[in-house]
Design a protein around this ligand. Structure first.
Ligand SMILES: O=P(O)(O)OC[C@H]1O[C@](O)(CO)[C@@H](O)[C@@H]1O
Length: 360
């Protein structure tokens, strides 16, 4: 097996953005609402399959190739621990306007209400940001349940935002966003996003967006249930800081992958910087991954093949390609599933006895 280049696959969405993705990836002209590209994705958009699923150069779905030979694509240890799916979704996301305040369920909530073993913890590596770009992340003050319901019902965006931390985003930073934590990525953020492989969102704010918040913002559960997924306990400034790694992408060249994300990401996914030292190589252990070349050009070698790398390339790396070596004046990020040897992420809690419908 060998690494495969992924074709450009712009995605239209409800919010503006995408120019930075077009600049990095090229491809045909896109509309002003093409703010995301899902990379080597085996996750479909909620209720819109096959949207979101990535196609290989021959037009077939990557998901089908993996299902046909999971051990070759993912490696035996991964399959034994996680099953026949990559446990990973990577996206490019360019916010041409502030995203609505939203959050994603955690595994316990998803297990109980959505019949799914995954929530959606996510993380961003900031590839570019405007001077004043920020992210709203988590509540900084306690928010009572009724108060939250009122803010959502009245669509009081200012009230939501003023109860949240607002953190500056600078090019090179990384941020982990745990499931449950409300967030709103600000205008001008261009990020490589790594997340659990689902498309579950709960909207707290939709005024001014082409979104049916009352109809779709609660995952079909009704806001009465959906608001149970919201982390209303405030985060301290120290807790917010612990989710960030400032200037992670500015790390010096190294012969091994450099972890980019704060420790909270480890049970869910990994992202590493690959930046070979001059005249030397960065070794990459065998394993499934999605490689995004951010700068420069270079080469990727397996035991018997060599592929040229250039800025904007996205490659899917099968476990069966074996260990890889990257060389050249290039910088890339390698998105990977969690280490199969890592301690287990919290399992979904059992449903309370009064509730019907067991978690799947
Ligand atoms: O499509 P949604 O779930 O409303 O959210 C828009 C985007 O916001 C993010 O959650 C980032 O905050 C992305 O993962 C997602 O694609």
């Amino acid at each position: 097996m060998r690494p495969l280049r992924m074709p450009v696959a712009a995605m239209e969405h409800f919010y503006r953005g995408g120019a930075a993705i077009a600049d990095l990836r090229g491809g045909p002209p896109r509309c002003e609402r093409s703010p995301e590209e899902w990379l080597a994705s085996t996750t479909a958009r909620s209720g819109a399959e096959p949207d979101g699923l990535s196609r290989l150069e021959d037009g077939s779905l990557l998901r089908d190739a993996i299902i046909a030979d999971p051990a070759a694509w993912l490696g035996p240890a991964h399959v034994e621990r996680f099953g026949a799916q990559p446990e990973l979704l990577a996206k490019l996301l360019h916010a041409g306007e502030r995203l609505p305040v939203h959050l994603h369920p955690d595994r316990a909530f998803a297990g109980r209400h959505l019949g799914c073993a995954h929530g959606k913890t996510e993380a961003w590596a900031v590839l570019d940001a405007e001077e004043d770009t920020t992210v709203h992340l988590g509540f900084r003050v306690p928010v009572e349940r009724g108060e939250l319901a009122g803010l959502v019902e009245r669509q009081d965006t200012a009230g939501l935002l003023e109860r949240m931390h607002e953190v500056p985003l600078q090019t090179g930073d990384t941020v982990v966003v745990p499931a449950g934590v409300p967030h709103a990525l600000g205008t001008g953020a261009f990020v490589l996003e790594v997340q659990e492989p689902t498309d579950f969102s709960i909207l707290l704010d939709w005024r001014g967006y082409a979104l049916d918040g009352p109809g779709e913002g609660h995952l079909g559960l009704g806001f009465d249930v959906a608001l149970d997924a919201v982390g209303r306990t405030p985060l301290s400034s120290a807790e917010v800081e612990a989710l960030r790694v400032p200037a992670a992408l500015a790390a010096e060249p190294a012969g091994t992958p450099r972890p980019l994300l704060a420790p909270a990401a480890a049970p869910f996914f990994r992202a590493d910087l690959l930046r070979p030292p001059a005249g030397a190589e960065t070794g990459v252990p065998a394993g499934f991954g999605v490689l995004v070349v951010l700068e420069g050009s270079g080469a990727l070698r397996t035991a018997d093949t060599e592929l040229g790398l250039a800025r904007g390339d996205v490659l899917v790396l099968p476990h069966g390609a074996g260990p890889l070596r990257m060389s050249g004046a290039a910088t890339a990020v390698l998105c990977r599933p969690p280490d199969p040897a890592h301690e287990r992420a919290p399992e979904p809690a059992p449903a309370p006895a009064a509730e019907s419908g067991a978690p799947h």
